[in-house]
Ligand binder design. Sequence first.
Ligand code: TMP
Length: 253
Amino acid sequence: MARRKKLYEGKAKVLYEGPEPGTLVQYFKDDATAFNAEKKDVIEGKGVLNNRLSEFFMKGLTQIGVPNHFIKRLNMREQLIRAVEIVPLEVIVRNYAAGSMAKRLGMEEGTPLPRPIVEFSYKDDALGDPLVPEEYIIAFGWASQQDMDDIVALALRVNDYMSGVMYGVGIKLIDFKIEVGRVFEGDYQRLIVADEISPDSCRLWDIETGQKLDKDVFRRDLGSLADAYTEVAKRLGVLPSNVTHAPKPTLIN
Ligand code: TMP
């Protein structure tokens, strides 16, 4: 296939020009990074798993009427998505204390929160995506008050959906991050879920054992990241019948 024009390359994905105006091709890489790319590795098969898992979650969201960028999967690593104007925020929803919240407040990881908490980081790698209050977001014009109301409503719907789906396969949704984009339809703009939803951007703990099945396995050196993501995909019935990270064939002399 003729090489498409590359528009953007991030840490885990590449965006190419899509076949029609208003579309993009999103390619999932095997690269894993943490701590703003201070820690890096290539995890064979991760891109394939995240392509499938993000497809699964976005399709589920579509079915319950939560607008998102997913159009269709193209192949093992690529999906067709709607082009959006990304709002420069990481929208984080937390159900249990973990990660940076647990650290900041001296809480034990896994402590249930009194209600889901939505927080925002300003997307800027050079600054390390700092946590920002809503007042900064409005004052600096990154999003309007109306946008913020819509973003919180979207994030909470995603939380309800993801919590339910995960609970159904014995997994607790501790927290997650989404990104939101604007699409323009005539005179109107709408906010939709964009980027990806995958174990790269969630914390997922087995309900019975507490075993971590998300990117913390990589961040904290807890074992095989591909095995953890494969377990999530298997439980959700998402794995294609062919194995995603089978060992490479060995040459027999
Ligand atoms: P945190 O506890 O490190 O702030 O992370 C909260 C959630 O956001 C967690 O599910 C992991 C996810 N996340 C990302 O998707 N990208 C990031 O760059 C960071 C720091 C966290």
